[in-house]
Design a protein around this ligand. Sequence first.
Ligand SMILES: Cc1cc2nc3c(=O)[nH]c(=O)nc-3n(C[C@H](O)[C@H](O)[C@H](O)COP(=O)(O)OP(=O)(O)OC[C@H]3O[C@@H](n4cnc5c(N)ncnc54)[C@H](O)[C@@H]3O)c2cc1C
Length: 198
Amino acid sequence: MKYETTALHPCLYSAFLPWRDPMQHRELLAALPRLVGIGILLRDRDAGFVQLDAQGEPVVRYALSRFDREHMRAGLAGAAQILETAGARRIFSSQTKWVAYEPGRAGNLQQFCRDADACGWSAGRCVYYSFHLMGSARLGGSPKTSATNPDGETWEARNLYVMDGSSFPCSSGVNPMISIEAIAHRNASRLADRLASS
Ligand SMILES: Cc1cc2nc3c(=O)[nH]c(=O)nc-3n(C[C@H](O)[C@H](O)[C@H](O)COP(=O)(O)OP(=O)(O)OC[C@H]3O[C@@H](n4cnc5c(N)ncnc54)[C@H](O)[C@@H]3O)c2cc1C
């Protein structure tokens, strides 16, 4: 995993906030000008899956595996240490229960991590986001393992091209925009050449 600090606008922030009651939510939102968030970007090893339900609609299932959860837990402890070293007065997680401590005044890092474990890391226990979904129509060398050829043309239908984030062979684990642009530029140029010469 890696850390990322971003501009903390109210929409993003409120979606991550723990919720105990309206007054607490209001107090946390009012503190926004004095807050910083550290995002723990996890490059997960294990996947979820998609199944069709009885009506033929896709159902997505995803849960953090034990392996990936350990990385997330280490990420939380490290982020708290960074904030504590920077002089934060109060540190809380994005878990749905109130998991927090006030360095030097109430609680400590070890208790914070134990409280996070007690709250849990599964769906409904901790707020997770995904910003970098990739590889859902991956390019590759064989129809057995990919949806398109290396130029982005689908194996199943000629002249149908995919040139976006879904083309990645796997998750990049880092912010992907430049790589998406590079794939789109390369494959669009090759398609233009092909069309020009046909
Ligand atoms: C909050 C947030 C912050 C991010 N920050 C960064 C960052 O700092 N750096 C970075 O590198 N990446 C960042 N990303 C990731 C990056 O923005 C995306 O990975 C990238 O934009 C994906 O590009 P794309 O072309 O594959 O898809 P998109 O940009 O999602 O483009 C898909 C397009 O297809 C259109 N579309 C969808 N369905 C249809 C349809 N049926 N018919 C016609 N058009 C359709 C959509 O309207 C859209 O214009 C961030 C993402 C989010 C959500």
